[in-house]
Design a protein around this ligand. Structure first.
Ligand code: ADP
Ligand code: MG
Length: 296
């Protein structure tokens, strides 16, 4: 039967808005060596805004944005909402005909828009759909790539333009990370985003650089979680539970943040936090250690 101190620990978690799905997870948390965060929506707010738009060869930015915005209406990714909002704000008609829209996990989205093949996504997707056309070096794009998420727009296999979008780090992220590091836990991040955007966020949050991994496909996140567990020991993955369910499941303890209103996130995690304040992770580790030492 479950020891009384574990029951007390689970109860104390519950009072703090933390759903721990069993004593076994609370016990495992006491031995945490590494905490890996998902980027978008977890370390960051997950609310992107468009920072820069450029069309290839002096092309029409609005025509490019109309195609990209129409396509992104079919995507649920946080980047899509920013592009749709920006294009709509310019008064562009985003009701063009869309056929066969496909989200490509970790890469972007593509479809036939108004009879033309349109793709919006990261460098991986761009390389796949560009049919041998090299994406031209646009002014400022290299600089934006060191701090923003770069979305390439490709129309009929040809480079059409670039949209840079930025997200903001949660204001309490650095404090939350520092609290974890102070107790000897290493803190990193897993993301599908480009290295520049990932590194800028990692620096603001104060993550351990060797544990910052970018440009990952969903399956890469899974295999990294497995290899980091083997290398470092007990690993916690913190995500929003929306598109990181496999990593939450692969971790020793999967923690989903801000789950109020998302049954899917509660389902995917071992521990569900009904808050999106990152600073509540460290007290959870303290609680787990108190339970282990039977001093609760
Ligand atoms: P993350 O790990 O940051 O949650 P994802 O695995 O969901 O990211 O996606 C990886 C990258 O693919 C994003 O950073 C973005 O560059 C690109 N991407 C994904 N979906 C879209 C989309 N609908 N529009 C544009 N780019 C996208
Ligand atoms: Mg995410």
């Amino acid at each position: 039967s479950t020891p009384i101190c574990v029951v007390a620990g689970l109860a104390r978690g519950a009072r703090a808005g933390v759903l721990i799905k069993g004593g076994v997870y609370l016990e495992a948390l006491a031995g945490t060596k590494v905490v890996m965060f998902d980027k978008t929506g977890t370390l960051t707010r997950g609310a992107f805004s468009v920072a820069m738009v450029q069309a290839v060869d002096g092309g029409d930015c609005n025509a490019m944005l109309q195609m990209a915005g129409t396509l992104e209406r079919s995507s649920a990714h946080p980047v899509a909402a920013a592009i749709v909002g920006h294009a709509a704000g310019l008064g562009l008609d985003l009701s063009l005909a869309v056929v066969g829209s496909q989200e490509i996990a970790g890469k972007g989205v593509q479809a036939i828009v108004q009879g033309r093949s349109v793709a919006v996504g990261n460098a991986k997707l761009m390389a796949e759909v560009c049919e041998g056309h090299a994406f031209p070096a646009l002014p400022d794009v290299a600089e934006w790539a060191s701090k923003a998420t770069i979305c390439y727009v490709v129309i009929d296999g040809r480079p059409a333009g670039v949209i840079a979008v930025t997200d903001t780090v949660r204001p309490e992220a650095a404090e939350a990370v520092e609290k974890l590091r102070k107790r000897g836990v290493q803190v990193g991040m897993l993301t599908g985003d480009n290295a520049g955007a990932a590194n800028a966020i990692a620096a603001t949050a104060g993550l351990d650089t060797p544990l910052v991994h970018s440009q990952l496909l969903p399956e890469d996140k899974l295999s990294l979680v497995s290899s980091l567990k083997a290398e470092h020991g007990t690993l916690v993955h913190v995500g929003d539970g929306v598109n990181d369910a496999p990593a939450l499941a692969a971790a020793d303890i999967g923690i989903a943040m801000g789950v109020a209103g998302s049954a899917m996130a509660v389902e995917a995690a071992d521990v569900a936090l009904f808050t999106d304040d990152l600073r509540c992770i460290e007290p959870l580790l303290t609680l787990a250690r108190l339970v282990r030492r039977k001093v609760l």
